[in-house]
Every structure is written in structure tokens, then in C-alpha cells.
Design a protein around this ligand. Structure first.
Ligand SMILES: [Zn+2]
Length: 91
């Protein structure tokens, strides 16, 4: 008999829980005219946890300004998920 692992307290269960993966209810924020972010906590089948983030950000109509915004987004995302400052100095 195969026992299903117990869900963590934050798991939404139902269709969000299966194949060894657990997912929370998504949390979304919308800034009118700027964009929307949706964050979901996930525990993968290997037991590691991560945040699944979907981001929709408005871009300026002006192409150079849009590219500048995209570069800024990449910089901020890299800062957010990159290695901590101490690890960067040691490398
Ligand atoms: Zn679950």
C-alpha cells in the first residue's frame, strides 16, 4: 500500500495538490495601470519549497522607454533571486 504524504498546513489541496507536489492558494496584487503579480507557494515532489511567481508589468508605448523598463525589471529580478551579497563577494 502506498501512503500519500501529508499536506503542509498551507497547501490548498484539491486539484492544486497532486503528483507529490503541494501548492498554496495563489495571492495576487494588482496595481491599476502598472501590472499584476500572482504568487503561489509550492513544495515540489523532492521536498524543496519555492515561490511560483507570475508577473505582468505594463510597458510604456515609447520603445526606448519600454526597453529601459525591461532592463530595470531584469535587474530587480536578478537582485531578488540572485545569490546573497556575501556569496557574490566570495565568488
Ligand atoms: Zn497538498
Amino acid at each position: 500500500m502506498t501512503r500519500r504524504p501529508r499536506c503542509p498546513d498551507w497547501c490548498a489541496g484539491g486539484h492544486r495538490c497532486g503528483l507529490g507536489e503541494h501548492r498554496s492558494d495563489p495571492i495576487s496584487i494588482t496595481i491599476p495601470g502598472a501590472g499584476t503579480a500572482v504568487l503561489t507557494r509550492v513544495r515540489a515532489a523532492d521536498g524543496t519549497d519555492h515561490a511560483d511567481i507570475r508577473l505582468s508589468a505594463a510597458l510604456p508605448a515609447d520603445e526606448p522607454a519600454a526597453r529601459l523598463r525591461l532592463a530595470a525589471l531584469l535587474t530587480h529580478l536578478r537582485t531578488l533571486i540572485g545569490p546573497p551579497r556575501a556569496a557574490r563577494r566570495a565568488a
